[in-house]
Design a protein around this ligand. Structure first.
Ligand SMILES: O=C(O)c1cc(=O)[nH]c(=O)n1[C@@H]1O[C@H](COP(=O)(O)O)[C@@H](O)[C@H]1O
Length: 241
């Protein structure tokens, strides 16, 4: 993979408080191009943290995983998109009506900001195993469930999916050549899995069909986050195309 393309496709999850988040953003500036703001950081700081990352030149994945009644999700998507995120997440399991409402909210915000963030639907969380799916009453195999939710998302105006690298190949055929297949659950060889269950290495994730990978702790928890980030870029650059 070309180096510039690799930098466009690796999203660093910044799951910590403000001070450390700003420190990491300043360290990663000039290396990483995408940062992810999830619930840990957003619930502490609100939209200002998205603007601060944007001001530093990063693209921002605002990962709030909307899941509520359609009316609320429409408002949430509108409010969140006004902060200027480039990409936002919504739970696929919330119904077609909820997914369509998310798209509408994002479009309403675009009338104000001039551009609509892209939207991705969570299929089956990468921390979940077949047993955890059964625990919540879903008996179908993970790939079948992910496929069903991906189709529902696409039918309701969502631009792509979040899934594990293990489903990325199958998801690619659902979302098409240009659809987003965003895969967390990525671990460089030998890295601690933490609470992730369905994982793969950065290069395997792209070989499988990911458009973007999300990596948090293996970078942010490393002694030198820039070195850890650059090691992933080097792994991707060494891939055969
Ligand atoms: O939507 C996400 O980004 C997401 C979906 C999913 O299925 N699994 C998942 O881990 N994530 C996010 O991806 C990041 C993974 O972080 P690490 O496990 O530290 O690499 C976290 O910020 C999660 O919130």
């Amino acid at each position: 993979m070309l180096e510039s393309l690799a930098r466009d496709r690796v999203i660093v999850a910044i799951d910590c408080g403000r001070d450390r988040a700003i420190e990491l953003a300043d360290e990663l500036k000039g290396h990483a191009r995408w940062l992810k703001v999830g619930m840990t950081l957003y619930y502490a700081e609100g939209p200002s943290i998205v603007r601060e990352f944007k001001e530093r030149g990063f693209k921002v994945f605002l990962d709030l995983k909307f899941y509520d009644i359609p009316h609320q999700v429409r408002g949430a998507a509108r409010s969140a998109a006004l902060a200027g995120a480039d990409l936002m997440s919504v739970h696929g399991m919330g119904s077609g009506a909820m997914l369509a409402a998310c798209r509408e909210g994002a479009e309403e915000a675009a009338e104000v900001t001039g551009s609509r963030p892209q939207l991705v639907a969570i299929t089956v969380l990468t921390s979940m195993s077949q047993d955890s799916l059964t625990e919540i009453g879903i008996d179908s195999p993970i790939p079948v469930e992910a496929d069903r939710l991906a189709r529902l998302a696409r039918e309701n105006g969502i631009d792509g999916v979040v899934c594990s690298p293990q489903e990325a190949g199958a998801m690619r055929s659902v979302v098409g050549e240009d659809g987003l297949v965003v895969t967390p659950g990525v671990r460089p060889a030998g890295a601690a899995l933490g609470d992730q269950t369905r994982v793969a290495t950065p290069s395997s994730a792209f070989k499988a069909g990911s458009s973007h990978i999300v990596v948090g702790r293996p970078i942010t928890g490393a002694e030198n986050p820039v070195d850890a980030y650059e090691a992933i870029i080097a792994e991707l650059c060494a891939m055969d195309d």
